[in-house]
Design a protein around this ligand. Structure first.
Ligand SMILES: NC(=O)C1=CN([C@@H]2O[C@H](COP(=O)(O)OP(=O)(O)OC[C@H]3O[C@@H](n4cnc5c(N)ncnc54)[C@H](OP(=O)(O)O)[C@@H]3O)[C@@H](O)[C@H]2O)C=CC1
Ligand SMILES: Nc1nc(=O)c2c([nH]1)NC[C@@H]1CN(c3ccc(C(=O)N[C@@H](CCC(=O)O)C(=O)O)cc3)C=[N+]21
Length: 283
């Protein structure tokens, strides 16, 4: 059995740092606050919301959920978002995505205040991730991957890293964050030829494709480090990743489980980002 990369452990260590930072802010009379904006009742939004609320409570970060009707017009959504932008008591804004189809994300993304945009929706923050400028906010999930690699002192310098998936939520930003740390990055997607062969060349394999247990031991080089970003529900209704953990656990050198892996670090990063946003805004 390979070494388990424990997201829970990493989450706990980020949480401790965050709790201390919140205490400091409160001494200065500042109460950090996150506003979650949810349109409708998408189950995956609700599941993230539950985890986020629990984590924020554990860090003593005030959190409010703005629940908007599934049918809200784009103009009304923008008006609501502008109110949150202007509200000085709110330091961080998390908008659940994807938004309903009638609300154009390519319009709305320009509205969210970049200094409050804790999950990298604004093009300003996307550009900063591309440029390797750490002054903005990278999305929480890719940042969680980096936190795990950092916590376990995994050397990225020149490391042969393969990322499966190229979404704006996971694959693309994590690739840019890895590149910033001088990893050599190969980005794969649904059109990649000989996917298992490309993956099996990696020293570090990051998987975010949304295909339950698709990545088996054929995709994994002996001793490779495997981080599974996937969150799916298997045939028995249990949470599982995009990696077939049972098949890969002996071949990989280090591997994240699901649950208890990357997903459990995401909300800790969210809390960390709220504190960063708060500090940015109070100066
Ligand atoms: N841990 C957490 O907190 C979070 C976890 N997730 C999870 O991460 C996973 C990915 O999410 P997300 O990026 O939003 O998903 P998307 O569906 O937006 O993107 C999936 C990506 O994987 C690629 N892909 C899909 N099927 C294959 C395949 N058979 N072979 C190779 N590449 C493939 C797609 O390629 P193409 O571009 O060619 O279509 C695409 O780039 C999901 O399991 C999701 O639940 C997501 C957000 C947060
Ligand atoms: N702007 C935005 N950013 C997101 O990151 C985002 C989003 N919108 N919309 C919804 C999806 C879905 N998503 C989940 C994350 C964790 C769990 C989850 O189940 N987490 C478990 C832990 C899982 C584990 O331990 O691996 C928990 O919190 O207990 C589910 C869903 C994020 N999303």
């Amino acid at each position: 059995m390979s070494e388990l990369l424990s997201g829970k452990l990493v989450a706990e260590s980020i949480k401790e740092e965050t709790v201390r930072a919140v205490e400091e802010l409160k001494k200065r009379g500042v109460e950090p606050k996150l506003k979650i904006i949810r349109v409708g009742e998408n189950p995956s939004d609700l599941s993230y919301e539950r985890g986020a609320l629990k984590r924020m409570a554990g860090c003593d970060i005030k959190t409010e959920v703005l629940e908007l009707d599934q049918g809200i017009s784009q103009d009304d959504f923008i008006a609501e978002l502008e109110l949150v932008n202007k509200d000085d008591s709110v330091h961080g804004i998390l908008i659940f995505r994807p938004l309903p189809k009638h609300i154009d994300e390519n319009v709305v993304k320009y509205v969210v205040a970049p200094e409050k945009d804790v999950d990298c929706f604004s093009p300003i923050n996307v550009a900063k991730v591309m440029e390797g400028d750490r002054s903005g906010f990278a999305p929480c999930t890719p940042s969680a991957v980096m936190e795990i690699l950092g916590h376990y002192n995994i050397d990225l310098n020149g490391a042969n890293t393969v990322v499966l998936g190229r979404s704006m939520v996971v694959g693309k930003p994590v690739s840019m964050l890895l590149l910033k740390e001088n990893a050599t990055v190969t980005i794969c997607h649904s059109k990649t030829k000989d996917l298992s062969k490309v993956a099996a060349a990696a020293d570090i394999l990051i998987v975010g494709i949304g295909r339950a247990k698709m990545v088996n031991s054929q995709y994994v080089k002996e001793g490779a480090i495997v981080l599974d970003v996937g969150i799916n529900v298997d045939e028995n209704g249990k949470l599982c990743g995009d990696v077939d953990f049972e098949d890969c656990k002996n071949k990989a050198g280090m591997i994240t489980p699901v649950p208890g892996g990357v997903g459990s670090v995401t909300t800790s990063v969210l809390a960390k980002h709220v504190i960063k946003a708060c500090k940015l805004q109070i100066g």
